[in-house]
Design a protein around this ligand. Structure first.
Ligand code: RIB
Ligand code: CA
Length: 307
């Protein structure tokens, strides 16, 4: 039976956990990855773009890659190379990519893809939200062609790049504020679930022995500092893909979410009003719990389908 595939655009800053998410997505039978767009995040946009090209060539499908914003909207750029290494994907020697990038800027490539898609498209940002904010500001008329936004970012509890802020939001708080205020159907897949969505040492060895993709990821996992090989590797970005194809893994709550942009210590913090303290209309579905064992089994099952 032909499963109707969900058309998605992944906005990404590869990034070792981004690589896992992209690998699972391009091979998943329920997803049609129509475009990858890159943004400055874990490493510079030149590096994230080069990494996205390497991943597309490694995984096979001829997914277009469009280069996006090299700077946040209003604040200085800050990378996360301490987590992913200088290249953003340390640990594996990919051949130099031969594929050319999409001729348009990411924002225009998103517009083109959305307008030519028969079905409404789901946006899946797994890096800072600069491209998405720019797209929504420049092309508000395209909102009607967007199914929903499922983003990895934020936290209803502690942060990871500051005591209260998660990296993707902290890297461009103004962009994140614009996205949460867009009125679109938004799901926030934040640290409340992604910090617990870890691959155990046994999972990592099992993945290594699966196939070429497993070998490649295993090599990069040795350099990934999102958690540790001993305590578990945090699959932040993979959770966004999991939410789209296996939402039953998650427990969620609809509530009002805004982003602090000005606090000396709190800029980049997602204000997740679970208590409805501010009596504001809910504007996001927030993931609060995850079935970790089922997530691990699902992740390995998906990666087994890769090359
Ligand atoms: O906080 C985790 C997020 O920051 C992930 O998207 C990871 O790739 C980094 O970008
Ligand atoms: Ca990322």
């Amino acid at each position: 039976m032909n499963v109707k595939r969900i058309p998605i655009i992944i906005d990404t800053d590869p990034g070792i956990d981004d690589a896992v998410a992209i690998g699972v997505a391009v091979y998943h039978e329920a997803l049609d990855v129509k475009l990858l767009t890159t943004v400055a995040g874990n490493v510079s946009v030149d590096k994230t773009t080069n990494n996205a090209l390497k991943l597309v060539e490694f995984f096979g499908p001829d997914t277009p890659v469009a280069k996006g914003a090299g700077q946040p909207l209003c604040i200085p750029y800050e990378d996360a190379s301490e987590i992913h290494g200088e290249s953003g994907m340390d640990g594996y020697e990919f051949p130099a990519p031969k594929k050319n990038i999409h001729p348009e800027h990411a924002v225009n490539a998103i517009r083109e893809t959305i307008l030519t898609s028969e079905e409404k498209v789901t946006l899946v940002p797994i890096g800072p939200l600069t491209n998405i904010a720019l797209f929504l500001a420049l092309y508000p008329e395209c909102k009607s062609r967007i199914e929903r936004i499922v983003l990895m970012g934020g936290s209803a509890s502690a942060g990871n790049h500051s005591p209260t802020a998660e990296y993707n939001i902290l890297a461009d708080p103004e962009a994140a504020k614009m996205v949460f205020a867009s009125g679109l159907d938004i799901t926030m897949v934040g640290l409340d679930v992604t910090n617990r969505a870890t691959l155990t040492p046994d999972n990592v060895v099992e993945i290594r022995d699966l196939n070429e993709t497993g070998k490649m990821l295993y090599s990069m996992f040795q350099h990934y500092r999102g958690g540790s090989l001993k305590t578990g590797l945090k699959m932040h970005d993979l959770c966004a893909i999991a939410y789209i194809v296996k939402p039953e893994l998650f427990k969620t709550q609809k509530c009002f979410v805004d982003v602090e942009t000005a606090g000396a210590y709190t800029a980049g913090t997602t204000i997740v009003d679970l208590m409805n303290r501010y009596q504001r209309e809910p504007n996001a579905t927030v993931c609060l719990d995850i079935d970790v064992e089922a997530f691990r089994a699902w992740a390995i099952e998906c990666l087994a389908k890769a090359r």
